[in-house]
Design a binder for this molecule. Structure first.
Ligand SMILES: Nc1ncnc2c1ncn2[C@@H]1O[C@H](COP(=O)(O)OP(=O)(O)OP(=O)(O)O)[C@@H](O)[C@H]1O
Ligand SMILES: [Mg+2]
Length: 251
């Protein structure tokens, strides 16, 4: 089996300090990879570079045999509409606020080529149920929903086209702890049912342990440690990972 997405030697600097300093990563079909590390370590930049939203100064990204960096803008958008999904930290960045909740989900289906109005409504309602939202509220605008509900709506919008690879940037950031736990559980369940490959950026080591098969630890634009989730968390080798794990235990 070959990697679904593979990046090699990614480098990117915005100013003086490198945001990505020679990062090589891969993800296999159905695998959940958590990316952890302190604020500013390059996690979001890595997701944006992997998904072709920004072009690295050096390095390569291949998805299912295609050179992502050589794709046209139209080609990249097509991937983003079909085989990929992107869940933003702030649900408002991933939703269209002027469109109803059901419309937010249905719109993705239409963008992927579905044209039958009845079945679009039906599938949108079904997906609202799958993320534990009341489908009878599908005609309400996203602003009527709470933060956690908006995040679930964003996930429904993202998964309705049954992507193979999903990028999630702090999907539980800014939410209440109890809401976070339920959302993580939902993500875990859906990823398993759908066989999704997920790049999950998180500050939360407990979330990484719960969801991820593998963990990448980033610091100052480099992956300083990577391995199976249990191994990295129970037997961290890099001093920075040791610090990260012990500071969570002490908290
Ligand atoms: N558009 C940009 N312009 C200039 N510098 C940027 C830009 N985006 C990121 N950076 C810089 O790149 C570095 C990595 O930022 P990035 O957003 O990837 O960190 P992060 O690990 O996602 O942090 P956080 O956990 O706070 O979200 C930081 O030094 C940041 O200031
Ligand atoms: Mg970030």
């Amino acid at each position: 089996m070959s990697a679904l997405l593979e990046a090699d030697g990614l480098r990117l600097r915005f100013g003086a300090a490198p945001a990505l300093d020679g990062v090589s990563v891969a993800i296999w079909p159905g695998e959940v990879v958590a990316v952890v590390g302190e604020s500013g370590s390059g996690k979001s930049t890595l997701l944006r570079a992997l998904s072709g939203q920004i072009t690295a100064d050096a390095g390569t990204v291949h998805y299912a045999g295609q050179d992502v960096l050589a794709l046209s803008e139209a080609g990249r958008r097509r991937l983003m509409r079909t085989e990929w999904g992107y869940v933003h930290q702030n649900a408002r960045d991933g939703l269209r606020l002027g469109v109803s909740a059901g419309g937010n989900v249905g719109e993705r289906l239409m963008a992927a080529g579905e044209r039958r109005y009845d079945s679009i409504r039906e599938v949108a309602a079904h997906w609202m149920e799958r993320v534990e939202l009341d489908p009878s509220r599908m005609d309400e605008p996203p602003r009527n929903f709470s933060g956690g509900m908006q995040q679930r709506l964003q996930i429904a919008r993202c998964l309705v086209t049954e992507p193979r690879l999903v990028f999630m940037d702090e999907p539980t950031g800014g939410l209440d702890v109890s809401v976070q736990a339920r959302l993580l559980d939902l993500i875990r369940k859906l990823a398993k049912e759908m066989g999704l490959a997920v790049f999950l950026v998180t500050h939360d080591i407990a979330a990484a342990r719960l969801l991820a098969h593998r963990i990448l630890v980033m610091r100052r634009g480099q992956v300083v440690e990577e391995g199976l989730a249990d191994r990295v968390l129970d037997d961290p080798r890099h001093p920075y990972t040791q610090l990260l794990v012990s500071s969570v235990l002490a908290a």
